[in-house]
Write a protein that binds this ligand. Sequence first.
Ligand code: GDP
Length: 261
Amino acid sequence: MPLFEQAAFWRAAHSLQDLPQPTLPEIAFAGRSNAGKSSAINALARRRRLAFTSKTPGRTREIIFFAIADVGYLVDLPGYGYARVPDAVRVHWESTLGGYLQTRPSLRGLALIMDARHPMTELDRRMLDWFAPTGRPILVLLSKADKLGRVEARATLAAVSQDLSAWGAQCRALLFSSVDRRGVEATEAQLSEWLGVPPVAIDPGASAVNTPSGTGNRRGRRAVVVGGPPQPRLRAEQRAVSLGAKTKSPGLKGKARGQTP
Ligand code: GDP
């Protein structure tokens, strides 16, 4: 069974204190509101509504963990760039997400979703500025590629790839569409490598989707990471505090599960 088909909602965190123990590898999904992040997660999971999709951006205020069998998690971060978020809420999420992205020891990489028609916005660039210094890999998914003609799509990919090189060799871009599914397989291959497992190798019977954090997996099997740079050892609270003072973060916002700003 394809690895990401086994994704299942595990839990949501409202703050850094709510985060589960970092026992298994995690891959974060981030992007501007409405860029297609939820649709990308659903496309990977081959599910219609695993992640909540909406035409009304700006509602989710949670970090949502989807368990992938017993090998790791996809982590859906609140979208950013939505103007109608009160300042207090935005500041809370900037520091929460900053703390998560820059200090989470189990984070193996970032999937950054950008609308292929409007890629590399100022907030996307700030997100890259924020995460690239961790040395961890970034995969930019140029979503809604089905809305571009072939030539335009190719030119966009080339321009974004060129642009991304400024943030380091650990950044790459792919054309992606949750409608015609282009880029889905390549994304699965990359994310599986980050998780340290083959894209189709997991026995569903071994799944420990609802295992509480800290208990590991039922078979005592750990995902072995074969890709990506060495992970820095960071002290979470320390970095999270200093981040608020020193780092400009994107105007983060989010959407989903019935939360109001
Ligand atoms: P999110 O806010 O980043 O999670 O974005 P959503 O996944 O909710 O998508 C926002 C809107 O874009 C929705 O109306 C989706 O149906 C649409 N959308 C998302 N991905 C694609 C895609 O690959 N192609 C097309 N044509 N529309 C998409």
